[in-house]
Design a protein around this ligand. Structure first.
Ligand code: DX5
Ligand code: ZN
Length: 220
């Protein structure tokens, strides 16, 4: 059974000087999570933020914090992000060598554990870890920047993952990230996505409340 769709606005496209207000506006528009993109300038070519910013956001909103780690040696920083207030943490299949150990650690600390796949990383790499995951994050752009064009092949990847989750009798949530907007939201939900990350579509136009609401409506 699919869960109701949740919008997870990515603060990467928000005004960082007014982060609290921007998140509150997206929340009024119906956002169900806050997507926090952590980049280290190594795994991806961009640098964003770390645990101190997560701690400040934690104080500014009651929404769950969906932390997407695009960093090398992510396993060394799990406790720092959990202690800062992360509720969901996703790790890249391509960046964490001892993925099972890291996932088990997240679960032992009662955080929702997710694994992220880049566009070129096959679903097959989830075979063993899938039953241990709360969610899978399918990248629909190559990570590193907001505002990139949605890769249409992601729809089929989500459909296949949805079928595998059902076949195996699992309850794994499917999240999608990159180039999500009103034009593709409905197709993504029909393919099986339950959490839609959106940066530019929510924060890019200056009215996050209306934008989040419109995106949620576009899913129906
Ligand atoms: C990309 C990030 C995304 C990004 C999405 O590396 O993981 O979360 O902020 O931005 P949009 O929605 O603009 O593609
Ligand atoms: Zn992200």
């Amino acid at each position: 059974m699919q869960q109701p769709v949740r919008i997870s606005p990515s603060i990467l496209s928000a005004d960082f000087a007014r982060l609290g207000e921007e998140i509150a506006a997206a929340g009024r528009g119906g956002a169900g999570l806050v997507h926090v993109d952590v980049m280290d300038g190594h795994f991806v070519p961009n640098i964003t933020l770390g645990p101190p910013v997560v701690r400040s956001i934690r104080k500014a909103t009651a929404l769950p914090l969906d932390v997407h780690l695009m960093i090398e040696n992510a396993d060394r920083y799990l406790d720092a992000f959990i202690d800062a207030g992360a509720d969901w943490i996703s790790l890249h299949q391509e960046a964490v060598t001892h993925l099972q150990r890291a996932v088990a650690h997240l679960r032992s600390r009662k955080v929702k554990a997710g694994v992220v796949l880049n566009p070129a990383t096959p679903l097959m790499t989830l075979e063993e870890i899938l039953p241990e995951l709360d969610y899978v994050l399918i990248m629909s752009v190559n990570p590193g920047f907001g505002g990139q064009k949605f890769l249409p092949g992601s729809l089929e990847k989500i459909r296949r993952l949805r079928a595998q989750v059902a076949e195996r009798g699992l309850h794994t949530l499917i999240e999608v990230d990159g180039g999500v907007d009103e034009s593709n939201a409905r197709a993504l939900v029909q393919a099986g996505a339950e959490v839609l990350v959106a940066g530019t579509a929510v924060f890019g136009g200056g009215d996050p409340e209306t934008a989040a609401r419109r995106l949620a409506e576009a899913c129906r």
